[in-house]
Write a protein that binds this ligand. Structure first.
Ligand code: IPD
Ligand code: CA
Ligand code: CA
Length: 260
């Protein structure tokens, strides 16, 4: 039942995205000049909430636009009604719904659905990860130098040592292809599917990464904070890789790699 609720909730959010996509909708700003929220984000969130609340009215909800609906349930749904809102608002089909279910502090289910390219990623802890019901696995790459990587940039730039452009610049100067899709949930799923060998980002929220985190782990990859320690979606830093390049990419991100 939990799995069916998750899938139906992701489908409901995605149906709302499709209804609004490339049409007319209201766009407003959150903090930061291009941190957008659209009418579709709110409508997708509402559709997702309706499904979850109908099945599990007492579960805890954490969602980007509505914030937290706190209950004493051990189950928490972590929801991004549209990940990649800037893409969505500009008619770019690189955006998705991301929903994870945490139980007693552990992610047990995750779904990331991009209806425009018809990709539904799913994982259940201990059962592997799938793309459109077919098993997926991370890539076999063994070095940063030969990897295709992906990253993202925060809406408000972080001017700090080892900041987003500094790390990006190191890799680009070293000739490593680094892509920027604009959806952290998709970035993670595309690592899980073996398209990218690794992903790093400096400032994510729980709803950006919770589902993708489980999907990467279940596809055989590794996800950590910048120290290499066990990942928590409640802190901002993420490195997600096929496992084999993980420590090396952490060295690049932390500015202690000999070549980058
Ligand atoms: C954003 C995307 C983007 C990441 C930003 C997130 P949103 O989420 O995941 O890739 O770089 O930090 O805020 O705002 O589109 O849901
Ligand atoms: Ca997001
Ligand atoms: Ca969002």
């Amino acid at each position: 039942m939990l799995k069916s609720t998750l899938i139906r909730a992701a489908e409901a959010g995605a149906a709302v995205m499709q209804r609004y996509f490339q049409g007319e909708f209201i766009i407003s700003n959150k903090e930061g000049i291009n941190n957008l929220v659209t009418e579709a984000d709110h409508a997708s969130e509402k559709a997702i909430f309706e499904i979850i609340k109908a099945d599990y009215p007492d579960h805890y909800l954490l969602s980007e636009e509505a914030g937290e609906i706190v209950t004493d349930s051990t189950y928490k749904w972590i929801i991004d009604p549209i990940d990649g809102t800037v893409n969505f608002a500009h008619g770019l089909p690189l955006c998705c719904v991301s929903i994870a279910l945490e139980q007693d502090g552990e992610m047990i289910l995750g779904a990331v659905y991009n209806p425009f390219i018809k990709e539904f990623f799913f994982a259940q802890r201990g059962y592997g990860a799938t793309l459109n019901d077919k098993k997926i696995a991370v890539s076999a790459g063994t070095s940063v130098a030969t990897s295709c990587l992906v990253t993202g940039f925060p809406y408000t730039y972080l001017d700090q040592p080892n900041g987003p452009l500094e790390v990006f610049s190191r890799l680009i100067h070293g000739g490593v292809p680094v892509r920027r899709l604009g959806s952290a949930a998709m970035d993670l799923c595309w690592v899980a599917a073996g398209r990218f060998v690794g992903f790093y980002e400096l400032k994510l929220q729980a709803w950006d990464s919770a589902a993708g985190f489980l999907i990467v782990e279940e596809a055989g990859g590794r996800v950590s904070d910048f120290t290499g320690g066990r990942y928590s979606p409640y802190q901002p830093h993420i490195i997600a890789t096929n496992g084999k390049i993980h420590d090396e990419l952490a060295d690049v991100v932390n500015g202690r790699h000999a070549s980058f």
